[in-house]
Write a protein that binds this ligand. Structure first.
Ligand code: SF4
Ligand code: SF4
Length: 329
């Protein structure tokens, strides 16, 4: 098993895997489409000559020629897809996926590239942070550490339970979204979320939205006054087989993203078995005791790569001020 796992995270295979599959695990489905492409790959002689290791629907590692890898049906938006069709797909989610994020707290140094990439990609004003960096300290005897917090896309999301109009919903692939065209701005979901992951749009966005852009719940662009926004796990990127913006932007490789059904996550450079990472690094979910079953996992900040102070060196004063009073929870 060890050898198999190492094969997956090995050099060129991994790069090919990421290049062809985009999100690594995300652009290939576990059943059906991937199954057929894997079978096809096993039966066919290598065409490009570059073999890629993938996980089969039965959980076995198999080798396929990279030219035989196909995107799962529904991943690429159809050219003739109507807005209404897309909205239905945005509500259903991608088939046969269960997306998850793993955040390695040992690597984070508050570089804030994740926050910036998220704001830029979703046309957010500077005071709206769907990804937020906290400075935490668990006990007065222990050190502080940086804690990136996106939406946790819980499997039992309280925000969804309390929404009176079905504006916020959970998809089959695990992503929780908000349809701003249904949202009535009651803020029940903001109160219901124990992680403060939601932001209220007090006004229409100041950032200019491209002309003719049609509202898409997968990006929440354009935001509308009187509605709620939050991290969308970059559902639009996943549909294209690409990694979420924050994952790609992080220079430290802090954020891994992938599909639990394929037991694989990647930060774009390193691809790991999700289960092995959890076991070897004592992964956990924040406030597990609440029972909301987040899709975001953390690796504890042990043997950290940077002293916590280095995360304040290049930080604006306005941001630094947030962290003045940090103490044990
Ligand atoms: S603010 Fe919008 S998304 Fe949140 S509970 Fe109310 S209607 Fe639903
Ligand atoms: S997954 Fe996408 S929406 Fe969520 S914090 Fe990262 S960049 Fe923002």
């Amino acid at each position: 098993m060890k050898d198999e796992a190492e094969n997956v995270s090995d050099g060129s295979s991994r790069r090919n895997f990421l290049k062809k599959v985009g999100v690594g695990v995300g652009a290939i489905s576990v059943t059906g489409i991937v199954g057929s492409s894997l079978l096809k790959g096993n039966e066919a002689k290598a065409k490009s000559g570059k073999l890629v290791k993938l996980l089969s629907p039965e959980g076995k590692l198999v080798e396929v020629d990279q030219d035989d890898i196909k995107s799962a049906k529904g991943i690429q938006p159809a050219d003739n897809e109507t807005v209404e069709q897309h909205k239905l797909e945005a509500r259903a989610g991608l088939p046969n996926r269960k997306f998850a994020m793993v955040i390695d707290l040992a690597r984070c140094k508050n570089a804030r590239k994740c926050v910036e990439a998220c704001q830029e990609g979703h046309l957010l004003p500077k005071d709206h942070e769907w990804m937020r960096l906290y400075l935490l300290q668990d006990d007065s005897t222990t050190s502080k550490y940086w804690f990136p917090r996106p939406c946790f896309h819980c499997d039992k999301p309280m925000c969804v339970s309390v929404c009176p109009v079905g504006a916020t919903y959970k998809r089959a692939d695990g992503i929780v979204l908000i349809d701003n065209q249904r949202c009535i701005g009651c803020k029940f979901c903001m109160t219901g979320c124990p992680f403060s992951a939601r932001v209220f749009n007090w006004k229409d966005p100041e950032v200019k939205v491209p002309e003719g852009h049609v509202y898409d719940p997968e990006t929440n662009i354009p935001a509308t006054e009187g509605t709620v926004g939050k991290c969308v796990f970059c559902a639009d990127k996943l549909r294209l087989g690409e990694l979420p913006r924050c994952v790609s932007a992080c220079p430290m490789g802090v954020i891994y993203f992938g599909d639990i059904l394929e037991d694989t996550v990647t930060n774009g450079n390193e691809t790991e078995r999700f289960s092995k990472l959890m076991t070897d690094r004592a992964g956990y979910r924040y406030r597990e005791e609440l029972g909301t079953l987040p899709s975001v996992y953390y690796l504890p900040p042990t043997q950290r790569m940077f002293p916590v102070e280095s995360g304040l060196e290049d930080t604006d004063k306005s941001i630094k001020d947030r962290y003045k009073k940090v103490g044990p929870r």
